[in-house]
Design a protein. Structure first.
Length: 379
């Protein structure tokens, strides 16, 4: 059964646009929104699959679902959809920016070797990826970041015509929540994305310590997380949140995920139908506000230790990078931060010094109250 959301916001006469709605998670979100009485405009760049999806949903007599062709990389397409919504409904209540492409090809046969039970398989897929060309990277960034940005900016006026506007963005579990929100600017986010694409084109991702696997996907999701908070700050009347729906069994994941589409769609639908006065600018993990996972990596200033820090941080883990060499440790942490991985901190640690280990353990206890992951990787 689809999730039914209770709360003071009535779903009657509410209008939703869902991008990438023809299959997988997007289709699941459309189905659950429609089951809650929302009028859904299912959009997708694949017109044939989009029309087929709407026909399938019409099997449910009370569902009100319409298809509209949309490529989020095409500003003319976006303008056409906006005009359609404005003419037909005069407003938009819910925008779900779900459209995405991976930017590479995950080797699913290799992935099957691992006993993957939850979202952390994202770490594994990062090292099991091929075919990351510049063209794919550019398409990925254009779809996930610039597409989300263009859709949001175009539909802001129609959302502001709603009494209870919502923006929901399904995202990877990255949580690049930049603490200094007052100084976060669109220019900084755009600059990070441009810098990444420039380095990718030159074939030098290590120059600024970008991720080297699923790099465009990760950087795009980092940018979207930051942009979500920026929109939430600029438009407090619009409840805007990011959500990681979980590792979903879809065609895109080779049906290897831990969650069904129905289970994964519950979080985004919950955010789309949040009661008035709900918080904005947050990152949710499925149906709960996400809290950081804390990891300690010893010998994290170079080699495999540094790569482990990078991949953990790219999945939303708050990483304490430790090394015996303070200068090199600080430099490594700073490079990761410059690449957009802001939740990395350095702490000096000599694993042969018992008093130093005890002091470090006390630091972790006082600062975080817990430790989730310990990676012993002394160089």
């Amino acid at each position: 059964m689809a999730a039914t959301i209770s709360g003071p916001v009535s779903c009657l006469s509410r209008i939703a646009v869902v991008t990438g709605g023809a299959r997988g998670l997007g289709l699941g979100i459309c189905k659950q929104l429609a089951s809650n009485g929302v009028k859904v405009v299912l959009t997708d760049k694949d017109e044939e699959k989009g029309l087929d999806a709407v026909e399938k949903l019409k099997q449910f007599p009370h569902f009100d679902v319409t298809f509209h062709h949309l490529n989020v990389m095409d500003s003319t397409n976006i303008a056409s959809l906006s005009e359609f919504i404005k003419t037909k409904f005069k407003k938009l209540d819910i925008l779900v920016n779900n459209a995405a492409v991976p930017g590479g090809i995950v080797d699913r046969e290799k992935l099957k070797i691992f006993d993957v039970e939850d979202e952390k398989s994202g770490v594994l897929s990062n090292i099991l990826t091929t075919g990351e060309t510049y063209e794919r990277a550019e398409e990925c960034v254009s779809t996930i970041y610039y597409g989300t940005k263009s859709m949001t900016e175009t539909f802001i006026p129609l959302l502001l015509s709603s009494h209870s506007p919502r923006i929901c963005i399904p995202n990877k579990s990255i949580q690049k929540e930049i603490g200094d929100i007052d100084n976060l600017t669109e220019e900084k986010i755009n600059g990070m994305v441009r810098s990444f694409l420039s380095d990718f084109k030159e074939g030098d991702l290590r120059k600024n310590d970008w991720p080297t696997s699923l790099s465009a996907y990760i950087v795009s999701k980092v940018a979207v997380s930051a942009y979500t908070r920026l929109v939430a700050k600029r438009f407090p009347a619009i409840c805007t949140n990011c959500i990681h729906p979980g590792f979903v069994r879809t065609e895109a994941t080779g049906n290897l995920g831990a969650l069904s589409v129905e289970e994964a769609a519950r979080g985004p639908v919950m955010l789309a139908l949040l009661p008035d006065g709900s918080p904005s600018g947050l990152f949710y993990d499925q149906t709960e506000v996400s809290s950081f996972t804390i990891a300690v990596v010893t010998g994290g200033n170079k080699g495999i230790g540094l790569e482990i820090c990078r991949q953990l941080a790219s999945t939303g883990v708050r990483v304490i990078l430790t090394a015996r060499d303070e200068k090199r440790g600080l430099e490594a942490a700073e490079k990761l931060k410059q690449s957009g991985l802001s939740d990395v901190i350095f702490h000096r640690l000599d694993v042969t010094d018992s008093s130093g280990i005890a002091s470090f353990a006390e630091f972790v206890k006082i600062s975080f109250g817990k430790l989730d992951i310990l990676v012993n990787c002394p160089s």
